[in-house]
Design a protein around this ligand. Structure first.
Ligand SMILES: C[S@@+](CC[C@H](N)C(=O)[O-])C[C@H]1O[C@@H](n2cnc3c(N)ncnc32)[C@H](O)[C@@H]1O
Length: 388
């Protein structure tokens, strides 16, 4: 099933232990738009989400009512409020509104963690009044497509309890099954990211007394942490923070290198037709068009992302998972299951460059890997879309 034939084929099916869920009926590469959908029922609400207005069920058509009632409702819950837990925010221009979507509301949840993460991400597109869902991983045929109900910004001390409280289920994802000390490490990283993003606007101000180089170091540290936790959207926001810092000081070369990362995140999660990607691409091409360009003078020279950040970024946002053969014309394409890694790339760069056969490795070597193999990430960047 697909709302539009240009999108990959997906289906809403029964998923054991989760009610319904969405699966891919064909392989879906990372970055692909999976669906773009308008809400079938809109539920306006006021500032306080707990004071949600309940849709007037009397005004719903018979088929919309049947659609509403098809969502699961835990025993003991009010039949309307119990189903309203499945709505998704659609920040409209009028009252902030929630929507019940035919397909988008059927995506189940996976937590972000170093062990597992959702393979898709949804975003509300105000101009089209639609929710879009993009693959943030390569998704295999028949694989379930999941999103995260909790983002780094909405993360709590006890995300498992939040899922029980708000969505009524015990999360069984690999991240939630980890021993407590590992979960605490994740919590520490996420808290530190939240603290960083809350304080950044103040720290950027000229009279904050902050050293901009120290700030840049903190941004790098945060990118590494959130990459380790599997987040995608947040990497783009941090990279754009670094862009702003460099641009405030009129360092266009460093600014552009950071913004390339933000642009690539937008490419994956919003697509190249989204305003986010276009805006980012314009800033990469001409950082001086930033509205506060050189507002803090032009004395400072910064630096672009370190090799460590680029490797983590590439693994988190651009490399394929599950692994694929690195040879572009691999005859097995998505079918290969066993791989050997290129040793210099993994040893020197921590980069997984996989080959399904000696033949593919040799062909890829001749096709250009020779010049990038095990070298500083810059050479990898040169052959990837990260190139400015
Ligand atoms: C937005 S709906 C997703 C579609 C839903 N499974 C259905 O049957 O319509 C959210 C509900 O799905 C179920 N769910 C989502 N993710 C789950 C998970 N990882 N494990 C178990 N149940 C899950 C919970 O009942 C949750 O309240």
């Amino acid at each position: 099933m697909s709302a539009n034939s240009t999108y990959p084929r997906i289906a809403v099916v029964d998923i054991p232990g989760k009610g319904k869920g969405v699966v891919a009926l064909e392989p879906i590469p990372r970055g692909t738009r999976i669906i773009s959908e308008k809400p079938r029922i809109r539920v306006p609400c006021y500032e306080d989400p707990l004071r949600r207005r309940v849709p007037d069920l009397g005004t719903l058509s018979e088929s919309d009512l049947a659609f509403f009632m098809s969502f699961p409702c835990d025993e003991g819950l009010d039949p309307v409020m119990g189903r309203l837990r499945h709505v998704i925010p659609c920040a409209g221009s009028d009252d902030e509104a929630f929507g019940l979507f035919e397909t988008v509301c059927r995506f189940n949840h996976t937590c972000y963690s170093p062990l597992d993460r959702p393979n898709a991400l949804y975003t509300w597109v105000e101009e089209r009044k639609e929710e879009i869902v993009h693959a943030t991983e390569d998704i295999a045929e028949n694989e379930e497509i999941t999103v995260a109900y909790i983002q780094a910004k909405t993360h709590t001390e006890d995300p498992k309890a939040l899922l029980v409280q708000h969505w009524g289920f015990q999360c069984q994802c690999a991240g939630c099954q980890r021993p407590r000390p590992e979960r605490r490490t994740s919590l520490r990283r996420i808290k530190s990211y939240r603290q960083y993003s809350d304080n950044l606007p103040m720290r950027m101000l000229p009279f904050s007394g902050e050293s901009p180089l120290r700030l840049l170091k903190d941004i790098e540290h945060n990118i590494l942490s959130i990459c380790a936790e599997g987040y995608v959207w947040e990497i783009g926001t941090c990279a754009h923070d670094a862009f702003q810092l460099c641009a405030f000081h009129g360092d266009g070369a460093s600014a552009a290198r950071w913004e390339v990362m933000a642009r690539e995140v937008h490419r994956v999660i919003h697509g190249t037709d989204g305003y986010q990607y276009k805006k980012s691409a314009d800033l990469v091409a001409k950082p001086s068009t930033f509205r506060e360009w050189a507002a803090l003078g032009t004395a400072k020279k910064f630096r672009g992302p370190s090799d460590e950040v680029l490797v983590c970024f590439k693994n988190a946002v651009m490399s394929s998972n599950p692994p694929r053969c690195n040879h572009r014309d691999c005859p097995k394409k998505d079918l290969a299951t066993e791989f050997k890694r290129c040793k210099p790339c993994i040893d020197k760069l921590g980069l997984e460059v996989n080959y399904c056969s000696v033949e593919c490795q040799t062909a890829d070597w001749k096709a250009g890997h020779k010049s990038a193999c095990g070298k500083a990430v810059k050479s990898v960047v040169l052959v990837s879309p990260l190139n400015v």
